[in-house]
Design a protein. Structure first.
Length: 297
C-alpha cells in the first residue's frame, strides 16, 4: 500500500434506506494522521456492493459481526470454516435464518440461549445470534455473504490469501462501542427517534460534542498510535443525532490501527480462539474498556 492509505469506517445496517443509510467514513492515513475526507451515505445494498468493489488498496472496519460462534454452528451441524459457513447460510432466506435461531433458542434453558465468540465476551458485545433490538444477526446475514461475493479479504479468516491479492481490499471487524465507552462512559449519545424530553435531547447532543472534542486528546495517540483530523466535518458529526456518522469514524480509527499493525497480523493475536473472529483494537484497550459486569445473554 502507498504511504497515504485509504481507510474506511463503515456503520452498517441490515436494512439500508434514505432514512437509515449505511454510513461510510472515507479517510486517508498519512504517516500517523488519519484525515476524514467525506461521509458517504449508502441507501441500498446494490450501492453497498459497488462500494465493496472499489479499486484498492484500502482497508475497512465494518460495524457488524463478521462471523458466528463456532459452538452454535457445531450444535446445529453447520460448517465452521468461514467461507463454507457463509456460503451455507447464503442458501437460506433471511426469514429462514432468523427462524433457525429462534427455533434453537426456544429449545435452550434461560441463560444458555445465545452463544458467544470469545471476542464478544472480551468486548462486552451482544451475541451475533441477536436478531431483535440490536439485530446484529441480521447484519451478519446481510453483510457477510456480500463480503465473500465481492472478493475482499476478510480477516482473520483469509489472512493467508493476502499475498495473492493485489491491490488488496481488506475488511476487519470494528466495534465503535469500545471507543464510545472511552469517550463518554456514562452518557448515551444517539437516538433514532425523538427523546422523551428536551433535557434528554440536550444531554445526548452535548455528549456527541464532548466526544468530538475528546477525539483530539492525547489518549488516541497513546492507545492507537494515530491522531485524527476531522477536516471540517465536526459539525456534521455533532448534528447527526443517530450517532451513525460518529460510529463510522470510530470504525475508521480501528481500521487505521489495524493497518498500522499489518506486519503483526493486523493486530490479531494468532490463537485458535481468534479464528472465530476478532475486533481489531489494541488488546490492552480492549481489556480496559470492558463493561462491568459483562453481558451474559
Amino acid at each position: 500500500m502507498s504511504k497515504t492509505t485509504t481507510i474506511y469506517g463503515v456503520d452498517f445496517t441490515s436494512a439500508p434506506s434514505r432514512k437509515k443509510p449505511i454510513v461510510v467514513a472515507q479517510c486517508a492515513l498519512h504517516h500517523q494522521t488519519l484525515t476524514l475526507r467525506q461521509l458517504l451515505k449508502i441507501t441500498d445494498f446494490e450501492e453497498f456492493e459497488q462500494f465493496l468493489r472499489t479499486e484498492g488498496p484500502w482497508i475497512a472496519a465494518m460495524d457488524f459481526p463478521l462471523s458466528l460462534p463456532h459452538s452454535w454452528l457445531q450444535a446445529i451441524q453447520w460448517p465452521t470454516d468461514w467461507a463454507a459457513s457463509v456460503s451455507h447460510i447464503r442458501q437460506l432466506t433471511l426469514k429462514a435464518f432468523c427462524q433457525t435461531i429462534n427455533d434453537y433458542c426456544h429449545q435452550q434453558p434461560t441463560g444458555q440461549k445465545h452463544h458467544f465468540r470469545p471476542i464478544d465476551r472480551l468486548a462486552g458485545a451482544c451475541s451475533p445470534m441477536t436478531i431483535y433490538y440490536t439485530p446484529v444477526g441480521k447484519m451478519f446475514y446481510q453483510g457477510a455473504f456480500r463480503l465473500l461475493e465481492a472478493g475482499v479479504t476478510v480477516l482473520p479468516f483469509q489472512l493467508n490469501q493476502l499475498s495473492q491479492v493485489n491491490p488488496p481490499r481488506i475488511v476487519v471487524e470494528g466495534y465503535p462501542a469500545l471507543i464510545a465507552r472511552q469517550l463518554c462512559p456514562k452518557q448515551g449519545y444517539k437516538y433514532d427517534s425523538p427523546p422523551a424530553s428536551a433535557a434528554q435531547k440536550s444531554a445526548k447532543d452535548f455528549a456527541r460534542q464532548e466526544m468530538i472534542q475528546k477525539l483530539s486528546a492525547q489518549w488516541l495517540e497513546e492507545d492507537f498510535g494515530i491522531t485524527i483530523d476531522l477536516n471540517g466535518h465536526a459539525d456534521t458529526l455533532r448534528q447527526d443525532a443517530t450517532g451513525d456518522s460518529l460510529d463510522a469514524v470510530f470504525c475508521a480509527i480501528q481500521a487505521a490501527w489495524a493497518y498500522s499493525q499489518r506486519e503483526a497480523n493486523f493486530g490479531i493475536p494468532q490463537t485458535e480462539e481468534t479464528q472465530e473472529g476478532w475486533i481489531t483494537v489494541p488488546l490492552h484497550f480492549l481489556k480496559q474498556n470492558q463493561p462491568n459486569p459483562l453481558r451474559k445473554n
